[in-house]
Design a protein around this ligand. Structure first.
Ligand SMILES: Cc1cc2nc3c(=O)[nH]c(=O)nc-3n(C[C@H](O)[C@H](O)[C@H](O)COP(=O)(O)OP(=O)(O)OC[C@H]3O[C@@H](n4cnc5c(N)ncnc54)[C@H](O)[C@@H]3O)c2cc1C
Length: 318
């Protein structure tokens, strides 16, 4: 059998002087919380802004399919092999730096890198006694992913705490934009890799509180997850957004779909808006359950549930 043809752009990519590690034929199973998916032609652990500035214009110039991935905790990765470049931020993008202010505003500002884990962010706030974003303890993504998805829980969302966001466009220009100049909605942000924008860092504003209060809230959030969600099975959290005035989980449960199995995937018997991987789920098994839930709820209640989960697609910007 002849070797599979190498992509035309690969030789030029390998000539770019990068500090970042370039991996070939990387399985994407390890890069998403459903633990499914095919092999990416190329995955780059981008460690600094300089490398990102070289890579994005290169991707654009060669019209290479690409995707920016956080922890893949809101991502359905198809089982078929993926032909382009996956950018995975690490290194400098995991920073966490408190910002000193000369006056007492009752607020504390922190600069956080886009690759910092939400859980780490929440844990770092405890000894400082900085409150507000305790909900991040239950969200297994990154700060970049939390901004891109405007992640939230327990009545709060990421956009509420944002002051300024640093991001790069496909030409490699770095922007610093105040929160009020950007559009955020329920689980939507105009800053997302899908729109050719890579979040690199953000300044977040937290409330001054005390370590005991912050820790208590964190424990409450964790307790909620353990009681209400299938936290010990691979999933991507809520599959659908809640429709106005209702809950996707309620509608799916009322449609009799709780516990439904397709191949290796199941609509969680614990939380009907979660689909769990029972061990050997394929992306088609998950997609089939997504479609069943959507069609059944539409038929029963005339409500078209909108997926919150993103599907890894090849975006090409030229
Ligand atoms: C058990 C569990 C519980 C969950 N609970 C919640 C919850 O309570 N509330 C909630 O809102 N979500 C929840 N989620 C979903 C998910 O964790 C969030 O949406 C999270 O913010 C995604 O972050 P990520 O880093 O994993 O992003 P990914 O899943 O890797 O990516 C999601 C999207 O963000 C984009 N993106 C990621 N990083 C960047 C970047 N640096 N720049 C530009 N775009 C980027 C990607 O391109 C993609 O479009 C849960 C998931 C799980 C598995």
């Amino acid at each position: 059998m002849p070797d599979e043809a190498l992509p035309e752009w690969l030789e030029d990519l390998e000539k770019i002087p990068l500090d970042s590690r370039l991996r070939r034929k990387e399985s994407l199973k390890r890069f998403n919380t459903w633990r499914i998916g095919g092999v990416a032609e190329c995955l780059i652990d981008v460690v600094n802004v300089q490398d990102l500035r070289l890579l994005l214009p290169f991707i654009r110039k060669h019209r290479i399919p690409w995707f920016i991935i956080g922890k893949g905790s809101n991502l359905l990765v198809p089982d078929k092999n993926w032909p382009g470049i996956i950018l995975h931020l690490s290194g400098d993008f995991k920073s966490w730096e408190p910002i000193e202010e000369n006056f007492n505003s009752g607020k504390k500002k922190v600069s956080a890198g886009a690759a910092l884990a939400d859980v780490t962010f929440a844990q770092k706030c405890v000894p400082q006694g900085w409150g507000g974003m305790e909900f991040l303890i239950g969200i297994p993504g990154t700060i970049g992913g939390a901004i891109a998805m405007n992640a939230g829980a327990h009545g709060a969302e990421t956009a509420d705490f944002l002051e300024e966001i640093e991001w790069m466009d496909m030409e490699g220009n770095l922007h610093s934009t105040p929160r009020e100049k950007l559009e955020f909605r329920y689980r939507f942000s105009e800053l997302n890799g899908n729109f050719g924008r890579v979040i690199t860092r953000a300044v977040l504003s937290l409330k001054e509180s005390d370590p005991e209060t912050v820790e208590k809230k964190i424990l409450e959030c964790q307790q909620f997850r353990m009681e209400k969600q299938p936290y010990n099975q691979p999933s991507c959290g809520s599959v659908f957004k809640n429709p106005p005035g209702d809950y996707a989980a309620r509608l799916i449960e009322a449609s009799g779909l709780k516990g439904k199995i397709k191949g290796g995937a199941q609509i969680s018997p614990k939380q009907a808006n979660f689909i769990v991987n029972l061990g050997k789920a394929s992306s088609d098994d998950i997609l089939s359950l997504i479609n069943t839930a959507r069609e059944t709820v539409l038929r029963n209640y005339s409500i078209d549930l909108m997926p919150e989960v993103q599907i890894l697609q090849s975006a090409v910007y030229g």
